[in-house]
Ligand binder design. Structure first.
Ligand SMILES: Cc1cc2nc3c(=O)[nH]c(=O)nc-3n(C[C@H](O)[C@H](O)[C@H](O)COP(=O)(O)OP(=O)(O)OC[C@H]3O[C@@H](n4cnc5c(N)ncnc54)[C@H](O)[C@@H]3O)c2cc1C
Length: 403
């Protein structure tokens, strides 16, 4: 069915991935309707890191100027030992990085990213945004789709993209799998810089990751440097399958216990972290197929991953950029476009999903020999050695390059 205002491409979910997808499709001259379950579009009050593979897409979508107003452009990514407080290794993410990848590394508040994408969608005449739509299922009718919500409303469209995140309902159209619990929890939040400036925190130009057995802490500034973002992550010994969906594991008391004996800077981080809410960490095993007829998936709905490489949203943005290109190429043949999208994106994202798990094993290593080897390898690299990150941050595929 020809795409029109009455038969738009329906994007289920208005998170970072869904909004970027909607914007990209609108810029590819398609009408798009975003269905978001929440009463309004929003993000959690914490930071996010975006590498060049993501900012390249944001540049292409024309939102980078807006994002740059609030983002911070850090100079170094620094790996630290959580116990000794010593620097293990660093990566220059300043000018050399920018030149190498054609885009910057930025850290920013999630709401600033979400707002920039939302504003661009609101301004675009081809995008309709609808909140309060809890999509439960969808049906492909060959050349059209019908999307159904929990309240029984239906939305017709020419195609559908499921961007409804880790707990995706649209993914059930393809597979009956469940998110895999990592047994780790995260505590996170952004504090006013003035509150922490005199405390024992590092250089506000750097992004820090303190690593230790079964734990890590990430710190960086956001919102023009006015806020300081912290993420505290650890594996819970209290985790049991029966209590997975309760808050009886990974408690603040357990956090205090796990981080006993860490260096002063990590202890300071723990003393400042908000204890109100915790995020259990999940991913899923990669799947081979997320496309059927005129329906496809994107972002965490298709390939949720652990956050250890800071690549989940970056991959959702890569998806958005590539999907817009293939949809433009194939006109109203959405099935062809979605199959080509999957052919390119499935192996790439499956690799990043698996790599994130592996990197977690490395940074959280408990075995002293593994730690020793890891630290020696890290010690022997320079801050301009991009060998490891090229494969992630260096992805900037346009359709011309792929075909
Ligand atoms: C602690 C932590 C730190 C992270 N740090 C980074 C980082 O630094 N860099 C990075 O790149 N990634 C990071 N990530 C990963 C990143 O947050 C996700 O990969 C990214 O948010 C995925 O975007 P998405 O739009 O696909 O899904 P989501 O952000 O989950 O958005 C899904 C949207 O769909 C809506 N929705 C859900 N169900 C329905 C429904 N049934 N009907 C309609 N709408 C629905 C939701 O309300 C939401 O708005 C981190 C993750 C965590 C947990």
């Amino acid at each position: 069915m020809t795409n029109s205002k009455e038969n738009p491409i329906i994007v289920v979910g208005g998170g970072i991935g869904g909004l970027a997808t909607a914007l990209g499709l609108a810029q590819a001259d398609k009408y798009v309707k975003v269905l978001e379950q929440a009463p309004e579009f929003g993000e959690v009050g914490a930071g996010i890191q975006l590498a060049a593979n993501a900012t390249n897409v944001l540049q292409k979508l024309g939102v980078m100027d807006q994002i740059s107003k609030d983002a911070v452009f850090p100079k170094r990514l620094v790996l630290m030992d959580a116990f000794t407080g010593e620097e293990l290794s660093a990566l220059d993410i300043d000018e050399v990085y920018r030149e190498r990848y054609g885009a910057p590394y930025v850290v920013l508040h999630r709401t600033d990213l979400q707002q920039a994408l939302l504003d661009a969608c609101v301004e675009h005449p081809n995008v309709e945004l609808v909140t309060g739509q809890d999509v439960t299922t969808a049906e492909d009718h060959g050349n059209a789709v019908e999307v159904v919500t929990a309240s029984g409303d239906t939305h017709s469209g020419s195609a559908m993209v499921g961007a409804d995140g880790l707990w995706s309902k649209t993914r059930k159209l393809f597979v009956e799998d469940q998110p895999v619990c990592s047994e780790y929890v995260a505590y996170r939040g952004a504090l006013p810089w003035d509150e922490v400036a005199d405390a024992n925190v590092g250089d506000p130009n750097d992004v820090y990751m303190f690593i230790g057995p079964n734990m890590h802490v990430v710190q960086y500034p956001v919102r023009r440097g006015e806020l300081y973002n912290q993420v505290v992550v650890f594996k819970s010994n209290q985790y049991r399958k029966e209590i997975e969906h309760t808050d009886q594991w990974g408690t603040p008391e357990e956090m205090d216990e796990v981080f006993k004996g860490t260096c002063d800077r990590v202890k300071t981080a723990i003393s400042y972290i908000s204890r109100q809410k915790r995020w259990p960490m999940y991913d899923r095993d990669p799947i081979q197929n997320w496309t059927e007829g005129n329906i496809t998936l994107t972002g965490d709905a298709a390939h949720p991953m652990l956050q250890y490489l800071a690549q989940g949203a970056c991959q959702a943005l890569e998806d958005a950029g590539f999907l817009a290109d293939v949809v433009k190429k194939h006109g109203d043949n959405y099935n062809q476009a979605f199959l080509e999208f999957q052919e390119e994106r499935q192996p790439r994202t499956a690799y990043v999903q698996t790599s994130a798990r592996n990197w977690g094993e490395i940074i959280h290593a408990t075995d002293p020999i593994t730690q020793l080897l890891r630290d020696k390898i890290l010690e022997n690299r320079t801050d301009k050695d991009y060998k490891f990150v090229d494969q992630y941050h260096g992805y900037n595929k346009t359709l011309e390059e792929v075909k």
